[in-house]
Design a protein around this ligand. Structure first.
Ligand code: GLU
Length: 555
């Protein structure tokens, strides 16, 4: 009867699963190599948690000499959004996680790998072949239950206070005759294919999760859908065992939300007579909301989207190092012990991942990002900063490109050395932190905000600027500072703060106040990198022009 039923339902499928085991042979990889995959659904949003999963999957594979591939799980056509595959692939490329197989490039799209197709909607015949096999064994059956019948079942279960679902006596199509199936088919109805689960199922499922440890869960007793009635595409539950087996995945690393379904998945592997892969379930990234911890939400938290980091201009290295930090908290110590070593050298351990949700911390990301940018050369800052600006701040990009050598000289101020300046967290900050050293943003800033001389009287500002405009700074920094100090004292400023504090009414201010006038005149700002370096970098023509501008503003 089962064979007849299988033939009735799948007359167009004449091969058995064996065909695919030949088509997709075992991979030849070194002992202990993990084959992992990133398997997103193209729903239009790439969550930072997905990027972390992809990072973990890629590292685990690559550090063992294995393979990391991308599989597009597009079996839920209702949730699919245009452009999402492109966004997924682009994000992987942007963050240095280009898969070894699957879609590896867009414009034009390019798929590589011997286990193709890597998009589930193109694998329909494969799933049907496996479903037919299960029906033929009596391990799956067609179900023509309508939406309203399913609703009615749910209501009955609620009234009886029993668990919801399609099982046991509620599995109304489980034991129908072949004639009843034929009658439905004759009316043009298409069935869902459901697994035949034992009910009750006394079995306890025991398995090892590489993150969560040894787990024990009740066996599945629900006749879950394997192939959907509307388009005969598989559910996630069915596609996962079929694809991960044929694509020779030996470690399934995925979100914790799939953990409750593992007994069902294991049942499908067993029904198909397939060996189990390893499992590792990652806890979702959480954040504090008041005093409670909750999942980072696509709806409420802009930082949940990977695009947020790209748009703000966090260097990809910073985001990746931050995610490594969330994945393995010992990464931080490793980083300290191995400054300058590429993070790809860090060995990630699944069993060091947190069993519960790690907390997202923007301050920590910012600290890491600051440190990462501090290690960049001026040329790298220019190159990365410009790439960001071309996309997100085109006007500033034009300024940066106007005189690349000058831009690089600016980014070189207080860069390198033992204590590099850490004023850039992300490329978005570049204009605020360095824009004033370029003529156009400086002029625009001054027009908008004017100069803020603080407590220094305009007559003193005039005196200071006139004197400094003529001073020579083509001398060493110490000599220049001494000369400045001498000027300050000559004009009635205390040589330092301590001297000033002893007798404030005898002075116009202290050396710091004097230098602040120079700083403001040169930059329009009260907080800047080293003045001496600025003078040298922007050059005497600009210095003169800026002083002249400041003096004009006084009169
Ligand atoms: N398509 C599933 C999801 O996006 C994939 C889960 C998995 O990695 O197996 O949640």
């Amino acid at each position: 009867m089962s064979h007849e039923l299988a033939e009735l339902l799948f007359p167009h499928i004449q091969q058995t699963p064996a065909v695919y085991f030949e088509q997709y042979p075992a991979r030849h990889l070194p002992e202990g190599a993990w084959v992992s995959r990133f398997a997103p659904s193209p729903t239009g949003f790439v969550h930072i948690g997905s990027l972390m999963a992809a990072l973990v999957e890629s590292k685990v594979a690559h550090q063992t000499g294995g393979v990391f591939f991308l599989r597009i799980e597009d079996t839920d056509k209702k949730r699919e959004q245009d452009g999402s595959i492109e966004a997924i692939v682009q994000n992987l490329i942007n963050f240095g996680l280009t898969p070894d197989e699957g879609i590896v490039a867009i414009h034009p799209e390019r798929e590589v790998g011997a286990y193709a197709p890597y998009t589930q909607s193109e694998r329909k015949t494969i799933y049907e072949t496996f479903a037919k096999f299960l029906v033929a064994q009596g391990l799956a059956y067609p179900c023509f239950a309508t939406e309203s019948e399913l609703t009615e079942i749910r209501k009955r279960q609620e009234a009886r206070k029993v668990k919801p679902g399609y099982y046991g006596e509620y599995a109304i199509w489980r034991d129908k005759t072949i004639d009843e199936v034929k009658a439905q088919l004759a009316q043009g109805k298409a069935p869902a294919i459901r697994i035949r689960a034992p009910y009750p199922n006394p079995k306890v499922v025991r398995f090892h999760d590489h993150i969560k440890g040894d787990l024990e869960m009740p066996g599945n007793d629900q006749d879950m859908v394997l192939l959907k009635s509307d388009n005969a595409l598989p559910t996630y539950h069915f596609a996962h065992p079929v694809d991960d087996t044929l694509m020779r995945v030996n470690i399934v690393i995925r979100g914790e939300e799939w953990l409750p379904s593992v007994p069902l998945h294991i049942m499908i592997f067993e029904y198909l007579g397939l060996p189990l892969p390893g499992f590792a379930h990652i806890a979702p990234i959480a954040k504090m909301d008041g005093s409670s911890k909750r999942k980072l939400s696509k709806r409420k938290d802009p930082e949940a989207a990977v695009s947020y980091y790209h748009e703000a201009g966090y260097p990809r290295q910073a985001v990746i190092e931050y995610l490594l930090n969330l994945a393995n908290s010992d990464f931080e110590d490793w980083r300290k012990a191995h400054p300058g070593v590429p993070h790809t050298e860090f060995k990630l351990k699944l069993d060091h991942m947190s069993k519960s949700s790690p907390l997202f911390d923007l301050t920590k990301l910012n600290d890491i990002s600051k440190e990462v940018i501090a290690t960049y050369s001026a040329e790298q800052v220019y190159e990365h900063g410009l790439a960001w600006a071309e996309q997100f701040a085109p006007e500033f990009a034009a300024i940066l490109k106007h005189d690349p050598a000058y831009s690089i000289a600016i980014f070189n101020i207080e860069r390198g050395g033992d204590a590099p300046r850490k004023d850039l967290v992300k490329w978005e900050d570049m204009e605020a932190s360095y824009g004033f050293l370029f003529d156009q943003p400086f002029a625009a800033g001054i027009r908008q905000h004017g100069y803020t001389w603080g407590k220094i009287a305009p007559s003193d500002v005039q005196m200071i600027l006139t004197a400094i405009a003529q001073s020579d700074y083509q001398i060493s920094k110490d000599e220049w500072l001494n000369a400045m100090r001498a000027h300050a004292e000559g004009m009635g400023f205390a040589r330092d703060n301590k001297t000033y504090k002893k007798a404030p009414d005898q002075y116009k201010g202290h050396f710091g106040d004097f230098m602040m006038v120079v700083r403001v005149a040169l930059t329009g700002k009260t907080n800047t990198p080293d003045l001496y370096e600025i003078l040298h970098t922007i050059g005497s023509e600009r210095v003169q022009a800026r002083f002249a501008q400041a003096l004009t503003a006084l009169t």
